[in-house]
Ligand binder design. Structure first.
Ligand code: ZN
Length: 64
């Protein structure tokens, strides 16, 4: 099992080829976006405007 990182979803633990293909497809369709919370430039899916770190912090109720 290998671990990959992506700004949309954070860490991915990838065990098989289907997951790896899904990961690669996500990477290919990401666009450079400025996160609305931390204002870092991150690679996100076009419909997202917030990186995984900020989304996780919000879900957990912790300030970034
Ligand atoms: Zn962010």
């Amino acid at each position: 099992m290998r671990s990959y990182y992506d700004d949309n979803f954070g860490h991915w633990n990838i065990e098989d080829e289907d997951d790896l293909e899904h990961y690669r497809r996500t990477q290919r369709t990401n666009v450079l976006t400025t996160c609305r919370t931390c204002e870092r430039e991150v690679m996100l899916q076009p419909q997202y405007d917030q990186c995984d770190r900020c989304a996780t912090a919000e879900e957990n109720g912790t300030a970034y």
